[in-house]
Design a protein. Sequence first.
Length: 134
Amino acid sequence: IKEATDELAASLEPTGAGSPSERLAAVVRATVAEAARVPDITAVFLQERRWLERHLSAADCREIRARQESFRARIDDIIRAGIADNEFVAIDPVLVAEMVVAAATWISSPQRHAEADGDMIDRCVETIMRAVRA
């Protein structure tokens, strides 16, 4: 679990520069690409939020929760900046974070994982960007 979330965190590192639109597209792309590459990360890091305490130690749960919060805070900051800059419509950052999770879940499903490619990732990015653009 830690290795998978470390890899996702590392893939998000270069997403801190640029306009809010560029940063959000980079976060979506990195998250969805990593979910396609390592589908188990989606289940553990993004989907199984309600059940972590049942399956992990308290220390591991705290660490995963902190990483989840950091992921959501990054999206929150980007959305708020985009709204302030009039790049994005007034949209709830939590909704956008859930849209990113949904795209990662979609691409990591057994039906799509085997055929996941750059075009599918691009479609996920474009779908979310269309939803937030002003």
